[in-house]
Design a protein around this ligand. Sequence first.
Ligand SMILES: *Cc1c(COP(=O)(O)O)cnc(C)c1O
Length: 351
Amino acid sequence: MIYDLLRDEIKGFKNYEVSNIECKYKMDANEVPFSLPESTLENLQEIVKSANVNRYPDPVSIKLRDKLAEKCSASKDNILVGNGSDEIIHIIMNAFVSPDDFVVYPVPSFSMYRVYSEIAGANKVEVSLGEDYHYDVGEFIKSIKEYDPKLVILCNPNNPTGTTISRDDIIKILEVNRGITVVDEAYYEFFGETVIDLINKYKNMIVLRTLSKAYGLAGLRVGYAVSNPEMIGCLNLVKSPYNVNSISQAIALSVLEADTVKDRVEYIKNERKFLMDGLSKIDGLKVYNSQANFLLLKFDDADYVYNKLLEKGILVRDFSGDNELSGTLRVTIGTREANSYFIKCIKEILS
Ligand SMILES: *Cc1c(COP(=O)(O)O)cnc(C)c1O
């Protein structure tokens, strides 16, 4: 059997399950409910034409890196662009993590940290979040001292809990970790705090960002790493040459120039409060505080609620089968219409 030829690390793998369920209200994948900015839509033909798709894309995304650098007060030598920040996590593992190296990351958190650690054949050190899924920095420092990991990953705000780790606590970790520290800021725009300004002080730190969430470009697959030039050089050694296609580079640039993200983020943050307030008044569920564009909710019978929501045309992400997240569902903040409808449905389901 071909299966027998698989590397041992891969044999236990299951496919990443994504639900293909068609639903009126898709609130499962932390996407924003907006289409491209007007200015991008109007120039779409020009943008696609000038992408010259008969040629290979710019392998080092120069224009896009320039624009991204400007946005985060860094220089283009501080930036590497990836096919989603997913790819960059993979690149980091490929560059630095050998079989049997230790990788430290929080649980529950973004599932790809575990997946890429396993593909690399690393020893996983999973640090449980504490009470109400808050980061316990002491636990991280204990694990770092015990295992001297090659890689520590922090997710801030954390997906799927929405909880955050403070800048002071990140610095405490940077002070003890001799390996690489990755701070995944996929939801930065909804939170507003970053540690990008520390990239020159802590040369072993990489900050990850993405255009998939607040910028609304999940379908284009554009993420980026911010770090010091030596680190970016090391990551470039293992990057596929043409990893980001020309259409994605061109549209991403146009969207960054359109500068609509601030208003959109304000809208989502306002809706987050609306949803939070509405849900908090309902008996029979617990709502966790979130700094991202989703809320984690806990129910006595999450499966029942998940299926009832589906019947009503709402798709959320079901984490109830996950050991660390039992009883929980994650709902992505949508439009006012979607959020009002969601509150109404939860009231009906729990009454
Ligand atoms: C969505 C998400 C990503 C992946 O983003 P892409 O750029 O679309 O690959 C990375 N990290 C976290 C924590 C996420 O939630």
